[in-house]
Design a binder for this molecule. Sequence first.
Ligand code: ADP
Ligand code: MG
Length: 481
Amino acid sequence: MAKQKYETVIGLETHIQLGTASKAFCGDDARFGGEPNTHISTVSLGHPGTLPVLNRKQIDYALRLSVALGAEVNLTNYFDRKNYFYTDLPKGYQITQDRCPISVGGFVPILLSDGTVKKVRLHHIHMEEDAGKSVHDVFEMHSGVDLNRAGVPLVEVVSEPDLRSAEEVDLFMNALRRLVRWLEISDGNMEQGSMRCDCNVSIRPQGSEELFARCEVKNMNSMRFARRAIEFETQRQIDIVESGGRVRQQTLQFDKNTGSTSPLRDKEDAHDYRYFPDPDLPPVVISAEELARVKAEMPALPWELYERFTTKFGLSAYDATILTEEKTIAFLFLDLTEKHQDYKACANLIINQVRPHLAENETNAVPDFPVQRWAELLDLVKENKVSNSVAKQKLFPAIWEKSDTPVAKLAEKMNLLQDSDADFLADLAEEILAKYPDKVAAYRKGKKGLLGFFMGELMKASKGKANPQEGNAVLREKLGG
Ligand code: ADP
Ligand code: MG
């Protein structure tokens, strides 16, 4: 009841680990995993006297993301120090961007279940380094610290409070995850912590435009938990307001065992961190040429392709969604449509055959595969030279092995070309009907469903090569309608 009176307002701060080989400010290995404290050097350990050296790759990655999201890039931007004390932060400060981040504005388009697109506005995107990890469940009497992650480059995407439900948060996170994979700047893997978000949640009376006090649930690293945390937090705040109280701005943590949130600390303010410019790092300067290059190299983006596939290509929302999940798949499909113009047939081949095949063989890389062959396969089906089932079961797998042979040749060699030769079909039909006099009589008495049985026999006898339409026609004729 009370729920209908309120609207949930959510803003997300999403941290995305950039997939660089080395860390943000030193040469240490930035990959996930490894024995604890093996991806470290004096810089990661924050030894006095060591100096950070900027890994340029992270700028390129953050720039790609900014451009893809339509953000305005600050061609000169700066790193700052955020000072706080914690065991997983040996330097005593985190390098981040406070005053002037790499970009501001932009938006993430999300496709709502009613088919409309909502543009979730971004406040800004900034770069920062990750902290290490405290480990509380390995040693009995004390905690451990693993600094492998300390200094790994991150971008933080800060949204405006434009999201209205856990579902929208889910769509937003999925859209971002798909995008960073598409741009090849991160694996977007939430389980391994490559993507995590802080959820800022407030409620307000339906119809209000005001922003009320919010609570920030820290470090959600699974969509399932984020959803539960938002639902719990919404209800908790409604209960407070309904019982005459006021929501207090707080930083919360989510307990996955109880499904509830609890206070972590009172909301800190910027001045608590004594932000100041990092004197060890020069300004990040991006040249106009560099920005122009990133724009020129930007691939067609998933939501742009979705739009094209559903409108220009006339595909269903379902097909377009699957085709735009992964860049490799989307571009194989596009490539195929250049060579065969039945878009639906192309989509079916990519979705039902290519995609499962790639998944089964655990590869997304088909760098040299001649897409031309798939087009030839579709041509053969269209021209009725091979049946759909033969194309799928026999030819498609064979093409992977023998991609250098034109498909028509291959089909001929494998003796798969379809027989639509009328005499041949008529002979086969005669033979089959002669074999099943009882069934023929039953058919003629009205059991028309038996046609399927005869068709099956005909296909079997022709080893799958009979043209289904013509076979059907021949059988009906012989059966007398
Ligand atoms: P801070 O920098 O102190 O964490 P910001 O005002 O920059 O706070 O906002 C951080 C995040 O909180 C942003 O994603 C923003 O959209 C979100 N946010 C701000 N106010 C609200 C609110 N009233 N309800 C929900 N989210 C909010
Ligand atoms: Mg914050």
